[in-house]
Design a binder for this molecule. Structure first.
Ligand SMILES: [Zn+2]
Length: 498
């Protein structure tokens, strides 16, 4: 490991919390030992409310679903009743429970999960609860108070399987919160160098990451990453392509899947500069790389038995005399020539070279790229789903299903023949935009499909909508959300079983 990673130990991190898990706990154990308990109740466990004084009143309060506070000696108990027993209801209750605890400035809590609790619903509650116990703030005065310790107490004895499920849930949520922290970190701190250092710090000490390669600055030109190099050459901090090989299954040589992230640490738009009002949030344009990094952190913690390459196209799109220009014709790493129609359509250029490099080097069976690629995908799908494009319908279904299991939505979008034609050009093989914004997200996907190697099943996830929110969609907070981190980890888990 280079010394840089050690030097830069002060990575921005929001307030963390400890999670402990225990099984085989009776209600009286928990009430005797803890100060604040959140108890989950469904129709099969509503009778447990009778364990408390004034239970007739409590039951009345809980009848329509929701909350009731009660006391048992010195223990404060927040009873949470799922009435409708839907994911949406339970997610909302997880968020409200955090708000209720926050109002009382509680820092430590035990969630009691009685036997017969629905597995999916209690996991959804815990997921939502932990995801809402988050705030990114670099305040030196004041600031929000969050829970610092969450104990999960299950009534049933935890089998190995159940223990693993709970562990996965915690790692996935924590990875998502990590992605938020990195993505929220502003470009004056989270430079291209910072991203490199953070990637190195993340894999430090993990012997399953058998390779970490950084190609940067002029080395990019030597190895024909001309698109990536040109996007980044207006910045004082050079661009880089970083790959980390996680070899979780040493019995196999091949790389099963590649996860590729767009990491534009700040996107001014380049010479086609963005206007005031739409430039300020462009520190979040590294969202794909943040999800990729968070998934790498997660897979190390989960110790999955699968070979995955994680690849990052890291650059800044700046304005400078050195900046690449609209009308430049640049030869990609693959050899296809590309005319630059607009320097703000840089994400597909970055990914084109990185995708081709990943194919040439690792020949993965599957490949998922993640990018905050187009504003038009937000017009199409809104802020609570990503758009997914593919060359393999079965793989995209698997991705969408992996997302559903962690309550993240993805929608299969098309790449029609006319989208493919729209990015062909007269003076070069390709151009990085069509004549207008019609079908812009699909055209971007059609562009990138040229750089996916033969035989690789590929998904492009355009996460521009849900990755950054102007107002919260609980449990996704305002600003950066870490969206897709849990989907990717859920997908990797599925793939590692097969
Ligand atoms: Zn851009």
């Amino acid at each position: 490991m280079e010394s840089k990673a050690e030097e830069n130990t002060q990575f921005v991190k929001s307030k963390d919390f400890l999670v402990k898990t225990n099984g085989g706990k009776t209600l009286s154990d928990v009430l005797a030992a803890e100060k604040t308990v959140v108890m989950l109740i469904n129709k099969d466990s509503l009778h447990l409310a009778e364990s408390f004084d004034h239970h007739e009143m409590i039951k009345e309060d809980l009848k329509n679903g929701g909350f009731a506070w009660t006391y048992c000696d010195k223990t404060r108990v927040l009873l949470v009743h799922y009435k409708k027993e839907t994911v949406l209801e339970v997610r909302a209750l997880g968020v409200q429970a955090i708000e209720t605890l926050r109002e009382r400035k509680i820092s430590e809590v035990t969630i009691y999960i009685p036997q017969k609790s629905d597995f999916k619903l209690s996991h959804t509650f815990i997921q939502s609860f932990m995801m809402w116990n988050y705030r990114f703030e670099l305040k030196t005065i004041g600031g929000i108070s969050l829970l610092t310790e969450i104990n999960l107490a299950f009534e049933e004895e935890l089998t190995e399987n159940l223990k693993r499920e709970v562990e996965c849930l915690i790692v996935m949520v924590k990875s998502c919160l990590f992605a938020r922290d990195v993505q929220n970190t502003r470009a004056n701190i989270a430079t291209c160098q910072y991203m490199e250092d953070l990637i190195k710090a993340t894999i430090e000490g993990c012997d399953k990451v058998t390779e970490c390669t950084v190609i940067k600055d002029k080395e990019l030109l030597e190895q024909n990453f001309n698109l990536l190099y040109n996007v980044g050459k207006g910045s004082t901090i050079p661009p880089r392509c970083i790959t980390c090989l996680y070899k979780g299954n040493p019995d196999e040589d091949e790389v099963h899947i590649a996860i590729v992230g767009k990491g534009v640490v700040f996107d001014t738009g380049g010479l086609n500069i963005k206007a005031t009002g739409v430039m300020e949030d462009n520190f979040s344009d590294k969202g794909g790389a943040c999800v990729t990094l968070a998934a790498l952190k997660g897979i190390i913690e989960l110790d999955l038995k699968i070979n995955v390459v994680f690849a990052f196209g890291i650059t800044e799109n700046s304005v400078d005399a050195e900046s690449y220009r609209p009308s430049d014709i640049i030869t990609s790493k693959k050899g296809l020539t590309v005319e630059i129609m607009n320097t703000d359509a840089e994400g597909r250029l970055v990914l084109a070279d990185v995708l081709w490099h990943v194919y040439e080097t690792y020949k993965p069976t599957y490949c998922v790229d993640l990018a905050t690629l187009t504003g038009t995908i937000i017009t199409a799908l809104g802020s609570n789903a990503c758009g997914v494009f593919t060359n393999d319908d079965e793989f995209v279904e698997e991705f969408i299903q992996a997302g559903k299991e962690v309550n993240e939505q993805a929608w299969h979008m098309p790449i029609f023949d006319d989208h493919k034609e729209d990015i062909l050009n007269d003076v070069s093989d390709l151009r990085n935009m069509g004549d207008d914004r019609k079908g812009h997200s699909s055209r971007a996907a059609a562009f990138m499909e040229h750089f996916v190697g033969e035989g690789t099943k590929w998904i492009h996830a355009d996460i521009a909508g849900p990755t950054y929110l102007d107002s919260a969609i609980p449990p996704m907070p305002k600003y950066c959300t870490g969206f897709a981190t849990q989907t990717v980890l859920s997908l990797l888990r599925k793939k590692s079983k097969s």
